[in-house]
Write a protein that binds this ligand. Structure first.
Ligand SMILES: *[C@@H]1O[C@H](CO)[C@@H](O)[C@H](O)[C@H]1NC(C)=O
Ligand SMILES: *[C@@H]1O[C@H](CO)[C@@H](O)[C@H](O)[C@H]1NC(C)=O
Ligand SMILES: *[C@@H]1O[C@H](CO)[C@@H](O)[C@H](O)[C@H]1NC(C)=O
Length: 359
């Protein structure tokens, strides 16, 4: 730990999210304020009180491909890491307090399978905090909307699958990704806490690419710079948020880009090809690999918004967790992009909880 970084408790979370940071002002033991700390800069430390929140083998909300323990993953150190921000302490998630504090509220994750990953984690964390409280799980919208509610608390948490946020429409010419069109926003309204995410689908190529054309205005475009397309789409989303969200009623988060581990050269193990066999986090607070081009796009777009959007900036903390993927315990496949549950997304929810408490 650096000498400037006194351990301290979160006192105030400054609303500086327009400048895409989440600062926490800190106090040391004498109660003196020190410089603010960034929740997203830090390192992973082993903490034998973890795993704290749930037993994956008996959580009913985990996709088969993410339940690494059930799929026979033999090592368990990946369950024992705690995220340790430089200069401040991340509060433990308290599911009972969460349910009471946000009683009556609707929460929704909108995005791709990484949003789903976080939703499943939160579902397990809440259910295990109140195991005898009834819940209902409803799937609707042709399977695109999963909604878990706790009637005793009037609280619900939903996942809405929407990998691009903007519209993907099948037309005569083919599958058209309409960068300036948002028509599936009806579910976004009336939600108290919205957590969006979109990135990984934008960089798919070949067989994984799910569109044939981009469209902007009337122009059909066969291909364009992916980050330019991403920027136009996120700007479309940002305009919708700016003109439809009342910050007094709704808090909006954007889940930053989650890391993938397909090249050991990124973490100084050039002989390693992917995340297979990784059982340890990268030590320290720096990741040697590159930034993702989308990170700058997200920060630029959020920085230009008129309504506050809180960036859940998980990129660095996921980059350091080459050990956290399902790897070859993904129910048959090799998966170095999603995350085992229990695991890394539990930390995203600890961070979400901390930001909600202080916002
Ligand atoms: C849960 O549901 C059952 C059956 O509907 C009911 O008997 C029970 O009282 C409920 N429990 C709580 C804590 O609401
Ligand atoms: C989820 O279910 C609850 C309880 O029925 C409901 O109030 C809420 O609107 C639903 N959420 C969504 C996004 O449909
Ligand atoms: C954000 O605003 C700056 C300054 O006005 C501008 O240069 C930039 O292009 C904008 N970015 C986006 C994504 O709109």
């Amino acid at each position: 730990m650096g000498t400037h970084a006194s351990r301290c408790k979160i006192v105030v979370l400054l609303v500086t999210f327009l400048s895409n940071q989440s600062n926490v002002e800190c106090e040391d033991e004498q109660g003196t304020r020190s410089e603010s700390c960034d929740l997203f800069k830090g390192s992973w430390v082993l903490d034998d009180s973890y795993p704290l929140y749930y037993d994956a083998l008996s959580c009913p909300f985990i996709d088969p491909g993410l339940n690494c323990q059930k799929n026979g993953r033999p090592d368990s150190m990946y369950l024992e890491y705690r995220w340790n921000p430089i200069g401040c302490e991340l509060p433990r998630f308290d599911g009972q307090n969460f349910l009471q504090k946000f009683r009556g509220q609707k929460i929704m994750f909108v995005g791709d399978s990484l949003s789903n990953n976080q939703w499943q984690s939160l579902a397990c964390m809440l259910h295990f905090a109140v195991p005898s409280s009834n819940y209902t799980l409803v799937r609707s919208g042709g399977g695109a909307l999963l909604n878990l509610s706790f009637p005793e608390y009037g609280l619900s948490t939903a996942f809405l699958k929407n990998g691009f946020l903007v519209d993907l429409v099948v037309e005569e010419v083919g599958r058209v990704l309409k960068l300036d069109s948002l028509s599936r926003t009806q579910h976004w309204k009336g939600v108290d806490i919205l957590i969006f995410n979109s990135y990984h689908w934008w960089i798919h190529t070949g067989r994984l690419q799910t569109w044939d054309y981009f469209q902007v205005g009337e122009n059909l475009i066969k291909d364009m710079d992916r980050m330019e397309a991403y920027r136009i789409a996120l700007t479309t989303w940002a305009k919708w948020i700016d003109s439809n969200i009342d910050p007094g009623k709704t808090k909006v988060f954007f889940q930053g880009i989650s890391a993938v581990h397909n090249h050991g050269s990124e973490w100084n193990e050039p002989a390693v090809q992917d995340c297979r066999g990784q059982t340890k986090a990268v030590e320290g607070a720096d990741y040697p690999g590159q930034h993702y081009p989308g990170e700058a796009v997200v920060k630029d777009v959020l920085g230009n918004m008129t309504k506050p959007v809180y960036l859940l900036d998980i990129t660095l903390l996921t980059q350091l967790r080459k050990d956290g993927h399902p790897s070859n315990y993904a129910n048959g496949a090799l998966d170095c992009s999603h995350w085992c549950l229990a695991g890394v997304p539990d930390t995203w929810n600890e961070l979400l909880y901390a930001m909600l408490l202080e916002s």
